[in-house]
Ligand binder design. Structure first.
Ligand code: NDP
Ligand code: MG
Length: 406
């Protein structure tokens, strides 16, 4: 396999990251033949993608959806084979003919196929941060055992990835590449994740309780799926990203800082011991990190024009206000608590966001209920997959119980 020819499986092809990935594939389709695509509810969109990219397989959740997709594919004279269910997601992520897996399912549903891809030694492009938050230790262990490759897609983590030397990254993220262990630390002091501040960064706090799902699904700088857009508004997204950074780069909580940068031009920074700060800048467009990871260690066109510094104007920074974003500190707390704490906040938040989006709880209850779940559910060692799934279900059941009181 060379970075310029990879057979791809895209988990979550019908989503925002899936669409950006396929936009890049369209630029040079001969380099990135599609082996398989998965979707969930958007069957028409998945059928159109099958018609265009002719994957061997398309995966949907159940029999009913599979029948709908098969019917649509017949009318399009498309020969893509339709598979269904969670096991089929694992099969398309681990098939021997797949080189690279884009993990772009949202939430806990992406964990099993993403973990399976790493255990199969694949090159995995990780957008699905929730998988790493849930099972970071297991995933990092799988990379070592299977000599897999993990490349971050999240814009902040991809920025940091670009600002760190290979000898720092290789032992954790692509152990097949041998580096001198004596040089591995590389003088990295800390990393700084930037945060836009989300949709409500300037809204008076008194109005937070009446925020509607429609308002929370509008992000000022990025076009993304609903769950991550709400997570950006509560800043739970940044809490999850602190945990994601801990696993990806092997840094502890004290080595990960967050700063508000409303323009989303600097995507994150690395501070070195000599006082240097290295940053990656660009338009807020996910095609940049996706192209970076697809082509890595080379570079390719993403279809995004380079940032015009004269147009970008003033770049500003400010400290994050923990009163405005009560969900944010949960990330650091979960890191400090260790074990299944991160798993609890991830599942509780996912369930609470879904309840908010269906008008069952107010916006402010998302952080409140997530904290209650962290306080109530006993933390265990996150040592095996079954424990992680068990805690995930327990946290969801806890939130469902709490929702009844609203
Ligand atoms: P979207 O909601 O746009 O897309 C999610 C994808 O997952 C869709 O293909 C959806 O299918 C599929 N899906 C949803 N639920 C399930 C399920 N239960 N089982 C299997 N598949 C499912 O999300 P995004 O693309 O915005 O985000 C994807 C991941 O990338 C998230 O983890 C997010 O945090 C991360 N990310 C996203 C960024 C962005 O800019 N969008 C930036 C950084 C990280 P369907 O649509 O057919 O129902
Ligand atoms: Mg991000």
């Amino acid at each position: 396999m060379t970075p310029n020819y990879q057979r791809l499986t895209i988990l979550g092809a019908t989503g925002s990251i899936g669409a950006s990935t396929l936009n890049i594939v369209r630029l040079t389709p001969e380099r990135y033949p599609i082996f398989a695509l998965s979707g969930h509810h958007q069957v028409d969109a998945l059928a159109a993608l099958c018609h265009e990219f002719s994957p061997h397989y398309a995966v949907v959740p159940d029999e009913h959806t599979a029948l709908r997709l098969k019917t649509l594919l017949q009318t399009l004279a498309c020969r893509t084979q339709v598979l269904k269910g969670a096991q089929a997601l694992i099969e398309i992520a681990t098939d021997p003919s797949v080189d690279c897996v884009m993990a772009a399912i949202v939430g806990a549903a992406g964990l099993a196929p993403t973990y399976a891809a790493l255990k199969a030694g694949k090159r995995v492009l990780l957008a699905n941060k929730e998988a790493l938050v849930m099972a970071g230790d297991l995933m990092m262990q799988a990379i070592q055992e299977a000599k897999a490759t993990l490349l971050p897609i999240d814009s902040e983590h991809n920025a940091i990835f670009q600002c760190l030397p290979l000898r720092f990254l290789a032992p954790r993220l692509f152990p097949a590449l041998k580096v001198d262990p004596l040089l591995a630390h590389a003088g990295v002091e800390k990393i700084l994740l930037t945060a836009s501040g989300g949709t409500f960064r300037d809204l008076p706090l008194a109005q937070f309780a009446s925020i509607t799902p429609e308002a929370a699904c509008q992000h000022p700088n990025w076009q993304m799926g609903k769950k991550i857009t709400v997570d950006s508004a509560t800043m739970m997204n940044k809490a999850l990203e602190v945990i994601e950074a801990h696993y990806l780069f092997g840094l502890n909580a004290g080595e990960i800082d967050v700063v508000i940068h409303p323009q989303s031009i600097i995507h994150s920074l690395v501070a070195y011991t000599d006082g240097s700060l290295l940053a990656q800048l660009g338009e807020p467009d996910m095609r940049i990190p996706i192209a970076n990871a697809l082509a890595w260690p080379e570079r390719m066109a993403s279809g995004v024009k380079p940032l015009d510094l004269l147009q970008a104007g003033t770049l500003s920074f400010k400290a994050l206000d923990p009163i405005r974003y009560p969900a944010f500190s949960l990330g650091y707390e979960a890191l400090t608590l260790g074990g299944t704490a991160a798993n609890i906040i991830n599942a509780a938040n996912e369930r609470a966001v879904a309840a908010f989006l269906s008008h069952k709880i107010p916006f402010t209850a998302i952080a409140q209920l997530t904290r209650e779940a962290l306080n109530a559910i006993p933390i265990q060692a996150a040592s095996d997959f079954d424990t992680i799934i068990g805690i995930d279900l327990q946290a969801r059941a806890f939130i469902d119980q709490c929702i009844k009181t609203f």
